[in-house]
Design a protein around this ligand. Structure first.
Ligand SMILES: [Zn+2]
Length: 118
């Protein structure tokens, strides 16, 4: 079990294991926020948050809800809006840096081709 938190600690994320890779995406939102995403089935990740501490952002095709801390502003995770989707994203910038240092990072072209660039 890996645990990360936003900067102020209001949102805690518990992931079941290290991700096989982290994804750096260049889409319009990811390039601004510079998240490093690990993907999981939503049921395998535990999010604990103080009441009212999660701000959500939905845009475009409304396929996901991006979640950030209402107090410190750190982007912590995203959840699918469609029940059919079995994938969520966890931002490993909120975890101990050793996780990032020891995990392969791949560049994903979310802005155009939806393919990996490396
Ligand atoms: Zn916070």
């Amino acid at each position: 079990m890996l645990t990360g938190t936003c900067h102020c600690g209001a949102i805690r994320i518990q992931a079941p294991r290290k991700p096989r890779r982290l994804t750096s995406c260049n889409c319009s939102i990811c390039r601004r926020q510079a998240g490093l995403w690990g993907f999981y089935e939503p049921g395998k990740v535990k999010i604990t948050a103080r009441k009212g501490s999660i701000d959500r952002y939905v845009w475009g095709d409304k396929s996901l809800r991006l979640c950030r801390c209402a107090t410190c502003g750190c982007v912590t995770h995203w959840l699918p809006t469609a029940r059919a989707s079995n994938r969520m994203g966890v931002n490993f910038r909120n975890f101990d840096p050793s996780v990032i240092e020891t995990t392969r990072i791949r560049k994903f072209d979310g802005a155009n081709t939806w393919k990996f660039l490396d």
